[in-house]
Design a protein around this ligand. Sequence first.
Ligand code: NAP
Length: 600
Amino acid sequence: MTTELEIGLYIFMLAGFLGYHVITRVPPLLHTPLMSATNAIAGISLVGSLVVAGADYGAFSTVLGFIAVTCSSTNVVGGFLITDRMLKMFKTAKDQTVQRRKFQFDPKWLLALPVLVAGLLVIFYWSEQLRSDATYFFREVLPGQALRYFYIISAALFILGLKGLSSPKTARKGMFAAEFGMLMAVVGTLFHHEIVTFKWIIIGFLIGAIIGGIMGLRIPMTAVPQRTALSHSLGALAACLVGISEYFRHSGELSKVTMTALGFEVIVGGLTFTGSLMAAAKLQGLLPGHPITYKGQNIFNLSLLAVIVGSLIYLIVAPTAGMLFYVMVGLAFVFGFLLVIPIGAADMPVVIALLNSYGGLADAAMGFVLMNKIQIITGSLDGTSGFLLALLMCRAMNRSAINVLFGAFGKIEKAEGGPAAEAKGIVRSITSEEMAVVLDSIRSMIIVPGYGMAVAQAQHGVAELAKLLMMRGIDVKYAIHPVAGRMPGHMNVLLADAKVPYDQLYDMAQINPYFAQADMALVVGANDVTNPAAKSNKNSPLYGMPILEVERAKSIVVLKRSLNPGFSGVDNELYYDPKCMMLFGDAKESLNKLFAALKL
Ligand code: NAP
């Protein structure tokens, strides 16, 4: 006979495969919303947390459950709000001109809810258990059945939600479906027969919703990477706390299977919590962004991991060794810190995507501990999504997955056998006033945004310039490199924030053939993604990375502050190209001066 564990494993694998197929269809344009959407869905740890906070498991468990509810609801509310904020910004030029009909609430929609509940009641009524009397039915049968059916519906809605992200046209509808799915999962859980009080659930949820709401509504788009990292850390903490509570209330009297899943949950949850906190602090500038390294770091980290794994193996054999359990959790927290400190802030997006994946796995492990199928499904979806995004980033950055998986970030190793890329030659500079004159003579321009545009917050200036040039009859296109910036889809979100229609954004494969015909390529704070050494210099660390072929344009203007290299630390040959002119300065300030010159 198939055991619960086997069913769980089948579900985990199938959800992973399904997630893979659904998520590979999400275009790079929507990779940042995908990250925050899966982050919100990972807030499914709320389901386990609600039971721990509301059940009568003892004061210690209630406190842990309360904290877990607060953390998970911050994740859910903040994650869905910011995803919706981003998706609302993705519009085509046509969408922007069409005056949308004002949203009108149709009361008929309210009928959907009672109809749904009534439908469920009818199903229950005819179910075989209904031979018993009505009181028994409402007290004992209904809650269990409601929970089961609500979970099935919400699993389907989560998958539909992610499927919606395959196009900006369906993305918002998809997210509404996922939000409704989360609502059903939460409402279904409230029927859980072990919940005896709603007090701590309500207080925790309100605190989480307020914090998440503020984060989701107020945080600027440029701070999305650190918000995502912070959110991962909260979700992972919730998973870890629920695991600790489960261990505590059973005093370690657990089967080998449950102990394995629980150990995995608290270890991965713990290291993801501290690792993500570190990532958020580095990205926010609260901690130094540069990699912090010391001699023997890798050996030390690996030894620590070995101790943690060894402790788990011991606990599987002797689960009641309580002291060892708590030491193992403490070491997992320390390991998360140590894992991330040798990584530079610039590498954080890959780390965040990986931690997203770890957070998903911690949720799935929680699902195995509680034998909760919805958590297994969403954990698997989240794990797949984070892992896929990390791999996509690595591929676009020309880094190996092994390099990422084993934490060898921080610097791109220089190839041996020759100078990496010491571009030398004459650099030509141009002023904003001269640039204004040059713009009079061009008919087409391709704008290439990069990380510097995000630093300077110059996206609004870029969009204004493009609009102005288009009004003058100049053909303007945007070229988006998949890893321009510091997050997958970073440039898409910033330009959407500046109301640039997404149908003016071209991905690398689409735009490269146009460069040869473009009168001007305007590079705004991009560097590595335009470096021709990636194609021509075998000794360059960038060699093999697909780039935007800016050097093929008839003229090139680069907006940046100096000749300093970008993320890879490699000189850019482009700046010594006779067709290239450097407009030195902060990108936003340079654009402001350019506007002033254009208006003269
Ligand atoms: P980049 O190579 O990092 O270069 C950004 C440039 O922006 C710098 O050279 C800098 O030059 C300039 N800059 C900084 N502040 C500026 C300001 N206020 N005004 C004007 N310019 C400014 O950026 P990229 O071309 O976008 O390439 C992204 C890099 O990040 C790639 O190497 C990619 O592999 C890596 N990466 C991306 C992701 C992702 O998911 N997108 C993840 C991890 C790593 P100055 O200092 O001279 O101004």
